[in-house]
Each structure stands twice: as C-alpha cells, then as structure tokens.
Write a protein that binds this ligand. Sequence first.
Ligand code: AMP
Length: 185
Amino acid sequence: MKRLIFLGPPGAGKGTQALILSDLYQIPHISTGDILRAAVKAETPLGIKARSYMDQGELVPDDLILDLIKERLRQSDTRGGWILDGFPRNVSQAAFLAELLQELHLAADCVLNLEVPDEVLVERLLSRKRKDDNETTIRRRLEVYHQDTVPVISFYSDCGILKAVNGNDSLEGVTTALKAIIDQA
Ligand code: AMP
C-alpha cells in the first residue's frame, strides 16, 4: 500500500517513472495531464474548456481540476494506494488535497520531487514532440512551474515526507533511486 505524490518540472520524467512504479507496486497512476488530454481528444465539456490553457502552457483553472481529483480518489481501485502525477500543481491544489485526504482518513506516504536543471528540460521537451511541446509553450510551462509549482515543494517540506531525487540520470538509475526511497517510506 503506497500513496505517492510526484512533483517535478515538465520533462523531469514524472510520467515515465510513475508508470513504471504503478506497475511495480500495482497501484493506479493518476495523471491529471493524461485525464485532460483524453478529455480534449473526446471533446467533452471539460476538454473543450481545458484545451486553450493547455495549448498555451498555462495551468487549467482549479475549478476544472479539483472535482475531478475528488471523484478519482473516491474510486474503489485507489483503496490499495495511488501515484499522483501532475497534481497538485499549485499551493491551493495542495491545500485542497490535504483537506480531501483528511476527509477520507488517508495520508500520503511520500512526496517525491524529481529534480532536473532547466537546460536539460528544454532539450528533453523539444525532442518529445507532444502537441503542447513547441519552444514558446515549453518556456511558458517552465515559468508557470517556477511560479506556481515550486511553492508546493515548501508546502510539503514542513511535513517531513518530501524526498528529493536526482532526475538527471538514466531512466533505470532514477527508478532505482525512487524505489529505494519508496520502500523505506
Ligand atoms: P502534464 O501532462 O502534467 O505536463 O500536463 C499537461 C497540461 O495539462 C499542463 O500544462 C496544464 O495545462 C494541464 N494540467 C495538468 N495537470 C494540471 C493541474 N493539476 N492543474 C492545472 N493544470 C493542469
């Protein structure tokens, strides 16, 4: 049973690592980015509202995200744990999650912060070829990360479950480092 929160800039490898760990620990990988991309593709009301924010590298407004997470964390497949990837993205989402977990009588075991220098991120994102990965949106996503998401790191550093992991290593090296931390948590 593991409840894990993944933090880190766009391009840090959160999604890739979260998928590997989801398989290893047999817990669902909950990626708000994946949920939003599926909604955009299916042209649901959520997708239609979220699309322009995503295309510009901005965060989608909280009111579109919070209910979605609340619903997702109440589904029965989350009983054995979960990996949150891409949520919380700002301090108000982190505060909402703290309240939600309290309501559900749950606590996160570990907050993993994947650290990668900005220059490496831009290079990685440019080679990824996702629709929102052109140079302008990449730069904007990094700005938004520094402005809105970096404060989430301090939000968690006070509660003692925050662990930094060097994400500027081989895929296998990062997985090994993450596993070592999670197994101790
Ligand atoms: P990601 O796949 O996590 O990089 O997310 C892709 C895009 O989806 C982001 O650039 C945001 O526009 C949006 N997004 C994903 N998660 C969130 C979130 N928790 N809050 C607001 N916007 C989000």
